[in-house]
Design a protein around this ligand. Structure first.
Ligand code: CMP
Length: 140
């Protein structure tokens, strides 16, 4: 199928929370690094304990984050996942399963590392997203 146009990709990532308010040059730099992937309802993106090699942005659809049988949260359009294993080189902390058909953008580890070094606004946004996750996970 046809190659995605840069403008289309920019429009889609404009809805991703950690990509909000990016300087256009930073947004454009990331576009060629993103790989679009479609996932069917019920498919696992990866499993708890796997070695992590990619970061994901949800463009469309929803996924469950599960630790063992426990559903930790549901993630939807504009949210991201898979950052934790890449940030501290530990195994995947949870299993992520598509609860609907999904379209995601995948960013490989080496590109993710590079993006964080070159784009302080993404690094900051990711830190904020992590703090929010930690807060909701530890809330009683
Ligand atoms: P990672 O550990 O690479 O793989 C599983 C992903 O699920 C993790 O990165 C986060 O993106 C996400 N995740 C894990 N725990 C939570 C949580 N408590 N709330 C939201 N997302 C989570």
């Amino acid at each position: 199928h046809r190659q995605e146009e840069t403008g289309d990709v920019l429009d889609r990532i404009a809805h991703v929370e950690v990509m909000q308010n990016l300087p256009p040059s930073e947004a454009q730099a990331i576009v060629p690094l993103l790989k679009p992937i479609s996932i069917k309802e019920g498919e696992a993106l990866f499993h708890e304990g796997d070695k992590g090699d990619s970061f994901y942005m949800i463009i469309h659809g929803e996924a469950e984050v599960k630790k063992g049988e426990k559903v930790m949260t549901t993630l939807g359009s504009g949210e991201v996942f898979g950052e934790m294993a890449l940030l501290n080189s530990e195994p995947r902390s949870a299993t992520v399963i598509a609860s609907t058909d999904m379209d995601v953008y995948q960013l490989k580890q080496e590109h993710f590392d590079d993006v964080l070094l070159k784009s302080p606004s993404i690094a900051n946004a990711l830190s904020r997203a992590l703090a929010k996750r930690l807060r909701s996970t530890t809330a009683s």
